[in-house]
Design a protein around this ligand. Structure first.
Ligand SMILES: [Zn+2]
Length: 190
């Protein structure tokens, strides 16, 4: 309140906003056991991810409504109509590929938007922990719960992004449930 009242007069509030404690991500919740429905949606994530033309990392996302109905899916890839057959566009040298690829999470949200499906109050399943950009997209699209595999301990490109993502999801009140990625393919439960 006080900060908004002043006109950039307070040095202390400006410096406080930039302290590292503001940037520390909360501790990750403990990984849970995969229940039947979690297995089902992660299975679908795996199938959808397999459609990705990304040569280094294939990710799938499934957005589920409160009645367990699937509202949208997405995988990482080129925007529709953009030529994904150009090798240079897949190159991580100079980070070229990041200009071309859209992430699975945002593609799922865009697919929902294309068909006029609301994602308000939905749960998102993702086979890789969301980056900061996708976390922002989830929050702004009304996603209230996120089920993801435990984020990789080290990630050359996304380590800091995963931290910021966790922090934002936490502050926005998105319920986060983590699961260990199964080493073996799922056995479909009846
Ligand atoms: Zn992302």
């Amino acid at each position: 309140m006080a900060r908004k009242a002043g006109k950039k007069t307070s040095k202390t509030s400006a410096s406080a906003a930039g302290t590292t404690s503001d940037c520390e991500a909360p501790a990750l919740p403990a990984a849970q056991e995969l229940g039947k429905w979690d297995q089902r949606y992660f299975q679908i994530c795996a199938v959808v991810a397999s459609w990705s033309e990304d040569q280094s990392r294939q990710v799938g996302c499934v957005i589920v409504g409160p009645a367990k109905e699937i509202r949208a899916t997405g995988y990482n890839g080129f925007p529709r109509g953009v030529n994904g057959k150009v090798d240079a566009r897949h190159s991580r040298d100079g980070e070229e590929k990041y200009f071309w690829f859209e992430h699975a999470e945002r593609n799922a949200l865009y697919n929902a938007a294309r068909s006029g499906v609301s994602t308000e109050g939905c749960c998102a399943y993702v086979s890789l922990f969301p980056c900061a950009e996708c976390a922002r997209a989830f929050i702004q699209s009304g996603i209230t719960e996120l089920h993801a595999y435990v984020p990789p301990e080290r990630d050359r490109k996304y380590a800091r992004s995963f931290e910021v993502s966790r922090q934002m999801l936490h502050e926005a009140g998105v319920v986060l449930k983590l699961f260990e990625k199964p080493k073996e393919p799922f056995v479909i439960q009846p």
